[in-house]
Structures are given as C-alpha cells and as structure tokens.
Design a binder for this molecule. Structure first.
Ligand code: SDX
Length: 429
C-alpha cells in the first residue's frame, strides 16, 4: 500500500494529512488527527465520502459495475459456487479445498436446529406480524441461549457464533414464515444442501413428502450468493457499530436485521414488487416515471438507484436471468409483473432524468419477481435478504473484532441548537 500526503489550510494553519492507497479503488485521506490539530470535525452526513474502516472482504467499483468477494467476481461465484462455499470464502478469505468445504458444510449443517424453547417466542406474535419484526425479536433472543459463544475475545467462540448464525437464520426464517401462514414448523433435514433445506422447511408439510425442485433450489442458492455481502452498506455499518461496543454477535446481527428492513435498503425488494403490482400495466408506467422525477413527490422507483453503483448493479443482471429461469421452470409464460418490470427498465434507461442521475436497476429490482414465483409472500422478501446477508454481516463483524486498531465507533456532530441558557420556572413561561 502506498502512502502520500494531502495538505489542508484551516484556521491559519497548514496541515499535512496522510493519504493511503488500497489494493484497488479510491485512496483515503486519514483525518483521525484533524480534531486534535484543528479543533474542527469533518462533516459528511450519509457518509457519501467517508471510509469507515479498512477491509479485505468485498470490493465494489460503482462506475464499472464490479463486485468482488475476496477478489472473485460475483458473476463467477454465482455461476460456479454454492452458498456455503461463498460463506467459507467470506469468513476465511480463500476458496476452500474439497476437504475444507466438506468439513464446513458438516459444521454448518449440524447447527441448523434451534433450541426447542425458541419455538415459544413465535406464539407471542400476531399471525399477521411482519416476519421482519419476528426476525428482529427471535434472532436477538439467540443470545439468551448460546452463552458459550458470546465471549467475543475468544476466536473459537467467535467462529462458533458465526457458524451458528449462518446455520440458524434459515431455520428461524422458515419458522417465521410457517407461523405467519399457520402451518407447523418443519425441522431441517441434514441430507439437503443449504437452499434446498430452506425451501423444504418453508414449503414441506407433515402430511406428505415434499420433493425440492433442483432448478428452484439452484436459483435459491444463487439468490443467496447475490445477497451475501456488499461492503459497508447501511446494515453492515450498523452491525460494525453495534459490535464496536463489544455487544455479542447475536445482538449485532439483530441490529443489522432492523436496519435492513428499511425500504431504502433491504426492504426495497418488497417495496419494488408492491410498486410493480401498483403500476399493474405497462400503460401506467409513464405516470410513475413522472412521479419519480417530481421533486415534490416523495415517490421513488423502488429497485432503482444506488449509493455506489452509478452503472448497472452486476447482481441485477444475474437476478434478471434467474427470474427468467425460474419462471420458465414453473411454466409461467407471461408474468404481467415481469412485463411491467422490463418495460419500466427500458423506459427508465432511456429517460434523461435517470441517465443524468445514473439510476440503474439494483439487486432489488428483479428479485421480487423471482421470489414471488418461488412461492414467497412479499413480506418474506427482506427476510430472505437477511438470511443471505448474515454471512456478510458476521464476516465484517469478525474482521472488525480482530482488527488490533479497533475502537468503539462514536461520531461527533455539527451542533446548531441553543447555546447554554438558564431554566425558566413554569409560572414564568
Ligand atoms: C440496497 O448500500 C448498499 O450496498 C445497499 C445494497 C446492499 O446490497 O447492501 O446494495 C442493497 O439497499 C439496494 C438499494 C435499494 N433501495 C432502493 O431501490 C430504493 C430506491 N432507491 C433510492 O432510495 C436511492 O437510490 C438509494 C437510497 C438506493 C440511494 O440513495 P442516495 O445514494 O442517497 O442517492 P440520492 O437519494 O441522493 O439520489 C440521488 C438523486 C436524487 O435526486 P437529487 O436530489 O439529486 O435531485 O437521484 C434521485 C434522488 O431524488 N433518485 C431517485 C431514485 N434514487 C435516487 N429518483 C427516483 N427514483 C429512485 N429510485
């Protein structure tokens, strides 16, 4: 990594700040001594120009539409890997050998059950509770059951907690779905792989054999791979900030789930499908495009735009292909939502407003069509995103905990409130 300097003139002083280059991507200017040397803070709400950490896990080139996990392009991983292989890569930094993969699969598979008492949490929720509300509660409650893997200073416990979270998220997600629809919970089956096991827990019923469709299971694996990690996005930054205080990993992942729920982030897949069904027909697209461009209308095209990608989200391309594969396998010839989505994309990509603001479809634009075709209700879409993103969250959390320079995250502010003033008795107000 090369170093250079940046000069800053402020308050009659000239400061020399260290600048560092990464292996690829933008350089950073180290401002950690700025407040000490100038008494001033930097100001960057939304962190549009701020690197919060150093990381070796995921790299995004927003202009080129590139996404690398430990250097491997997302399209190659989506094509050749299964989800647990990508989990291993994110956690350990290298693709596993056959022996390492078999051992990792074995360890994850044998952590897929949850403590039997956890099933009692669900009955406290209304059946129509949003499954993301259930996930926030039940995943946070994992820390009440696994005291033997909450000591974050112990590398063994950190890895056990990581494996437990990767393994149990699909089980808890499937339980949330089954509770939502009033069906009995289905236990994991160790002979099934990650995605097939998840589909079986969601769609099997005790009364008959459920055969997982291998084409749909492969599509589900690919969808999990596409959502596994994405650099310092809002929910990952939430997990890092929660973890920086020393909170246990289960609580940190529950915080990540809460942040992911927002429609500007992981909730966009649910919002995008709801938008497509509200549009309903290609004839109504111009009306919604106009609303998206209207400064006075808070409406935005869900599944479009991205803080980093100013080009096509590489995951959206793969998701689009997966949507066609799944619809084809299920014999769904003309899904009106897909027609609306493709026409909306065509119009948006030729519209001056979207071109000028570099708004392209993101990972959430086509995922909803695929997940709906797989049989999930829209309320489960962000839950599936959370199942996949757990490995990214926990890998980033682990990297932060193992960083010798790590300290609690505590941003400052620009204060624009009242200067000090004295209390006034109520009789005098
Ligand atoms: C995810 O960060 C990640 O990596 C997230 C994620 C991951 O894997 O973790 O990739 C997953 O969250 C994908 C994004 C899903 N969200 C949506 O699809 C919701 C719709 N998109 C927008 O809300 C928005 O694009 C964001 C939140 C995604 C990004 O917002 P930014 O970076 O803060 O950009 P911005 O809001 O400042 O927008 C820039 C301009 C604005 O216009 P001006 O104020 O400059 O005139 O573009 C406009 C916005 O009004 N704009 C849109 C738009 N998105 C941005 N206009 C219409 N429709 C949109 N979708």
């Amino acid at each position: 990594m090369t170093e250079s300097t940046a000069k800053l003139e402020f308050g009659g002083k000239t400061l020399e700040l260290k600048a560092r280059s990464g292996s690829v991507g933008p350089d950073v200017i180290d401002i950690s001594t700025l407040y000490r040397d100038t008494g001033a803070f930097t100001y960057d709400p939304g962190f549009t120009s701020t690197a919060s950490c150093e990381s070796e896990i995921t790299f995004i080139d927003g202009d080129e539409g590139v996404l690398l996990h430990r250097g491997y392009p997302i399209d190659q991983l989506a094509e050749h890997s299964d989800f647990l292989e990508v989990c291993y890569l994110l956690l350990y930094g290298e693709l596993p050998t056959k022996a390492q993969k078999d051992d990792f699969d074995y360890r994850v598979t044998r952590h897929t059950m949850v403590h039997e008492q956890m099933s009692r949490f669900f009955t406290g929720f209304r059946r129509d509770a949003h499954p993301m509300a259930v996930m926030c509660g039940v995943v946070g409650a994992l820390s009440a059951f696994y005291h033997d893997s909450t000591d974050i200073s112990d590398p063994h416990q950190r890895m056990v907690a990581s494996i437990r979270l990767i393994a149990k998220m699909p089980t808890i997600a499937a339980m949330a779905y089954k509770y939502h629809i009033g069906q009995p919970f289905i236990y994991p089956k160790n002979e099934l792989n990650f995605a097939a096991n998840f589909l079986h827990m969601c769609f099997a019923v005790p009364c008959e054999e459920y055969k997982v469709n291998p084409v749909l299971a492969r599509a589900m694996e690919r969808i999990f791979i596409l959502h596994a990690d994405h650099e310092q996005n809002a929910s990952t930054s939430t997990v890092r900030l929660a973890g920086s205080s020393g909170a246990n990993p289960f609580a940190c992942i529950a915080a990540g789930i809460a942040c992911l729920w927002g429609p500007a982030h992981g909730g966009a897949n649910e919002a995008a499908l709801n938008m497509l069904s509200e549009i309903g027909h290609v004839d109504r697209i111009p009306e919604f495009i106009a609303r998206a461009k209207d400064k006075n209308d808070p409406f935005r095209l869900m599944g479009f735009g991205h803080r980093v990608y100013k080009n096509y989200d590489p995951r959206a391309k793969i998701m689009h292909k997966t949507a066609h594969e799944v619809l084809g396998e299920l014999g769904i010839k003309d899904d009106p939502m897909l027609d609306v989505a493709m026409e909306l994309e065509r119009i948006a990509l030729t519209d001056e407003y979207f071109i000028e603001k570099k708004l392209y479809p993101n990972v959430d634009f086509y995922s909803g069509i695929t997940l709906k075709a797989l049989g999930f209700p829209t309320t489960m879409f962000t839950v599936l995103f959370a199942v996949a993103r757990t490995v990214g969250w926990i890998s980033q959390w682990k990297e932060m905990i193992e960083d010798p320079h790590q300290k609690i995250g505590r941003p400052r502010q620009l204060y624009t409130g009242h200067p000090q003033r004295d209390f006034i008795a109520i009789a005098k107000r």
